[in-house]
Write a protein that binds this ligand. Sequence first.
Ligand code: GLY
Ligand code: MN
Ligand code: MN
Length: 368
Amino acid sequence: MPAETSPNRLLKVREALASRDVSIDALLLTDLDNIGYLTGFTGSTAQVVVTPSEALFITDSRYTVQAARECTGFTQVETPRGSGGYGEALQNVLKERPIVQKLGFEAGNVTVAAWEKLRELSPKLEWIGTENLVENLRMVKDAGEIATIRHAIAVAEAAFLSVKHLLVPGTREQDFARELEYAMRRGGAEGTAFESIVASGSQGARPHHHAGPRPFVTGDFVTIDWGACVDGYNSDITRTIGIGAVTSRQREVYAVVLEAQRLAIAAIRPGATGKEIDAIARDYITAQGFGNAFGHGLGHSLGRDVHDGPGLSVRSDSLILSPGMVLTVEPGIYLEDWGGVRIEEDILVTEGGCEVLTSLPNGLEVLL
Ligand code: GLY
Ligand code: MN
Ligand code: MN
């Protein structure tokens, strides 16, 4: 899997445009992850217009110098100074290109209010909503992207190991989260992939618990879900650790989650659907009597976005796994007033199956 360049990605977008059933003359991109993927832009505000023969990069004065450096191969357009902003810039671009009569836009990324404004600006244009056009291309990662995700995982794992000694009675969830996040920044992350989850004791029953003031106590399971963002790509890892001592019930629940994950990972291969892999973990958890306690999908695509597209879930019958996809595998069991267990790995689909990219041990650990 070679690393790709912007021209290659642009070519693929144009191919995707050309192969649509409903034709469009140009595509307006407003999703920043898609824009960054296509152009290399790392700023926070821009729009891109792709036609069969042109690629235009629209940004404002804060980013013109940066964009000229980062987005080679794109014709730069600076938004007019004054009140018109991006709408006026787009209007001008389209006025100069009367050939564009049908403009595709990213339906999932434009609010109704923004769309109505755009339609007012260019009333003669036919606006055609597109879905997942660039997102689908992003599902399969190239060598450069995979290397960057590996780096994001390494930073997150090293950070975790450096603060693991704080998993002791008395440490508060929010303090552990803060130290973990600081360690990731110190280790080279440009930010966290998402707000770190640290859920101790009965709070572990909430899959996306906000780390709070509760101190860990002996006998807790603590579920930690964290990730680093490095060069625009994310890692996403979960470990559930015992504090001091655990009961046989905790051991039982942990073993079910771990086995569900092992079975699912063993089945991942090109050609399998996301739904089939989800079912392997779900059926096992159900057979062990915990079916109602596993409410979320088994995993998601991972990349520029933490939830980078479809993944492993009951809804993913149209996702056919192929080499280069990076996915999380994160079964969980959540029992109200008791707590929870989630274990999350990041995997790369390969020609022969998959490679587990995360490397922290995932057997039950009880820290004394
Ligand atoms: N941390 C969110 C997730 O695991 O999907
Ligand atoms: Mn996670
Ligand atoms: Mn995840």
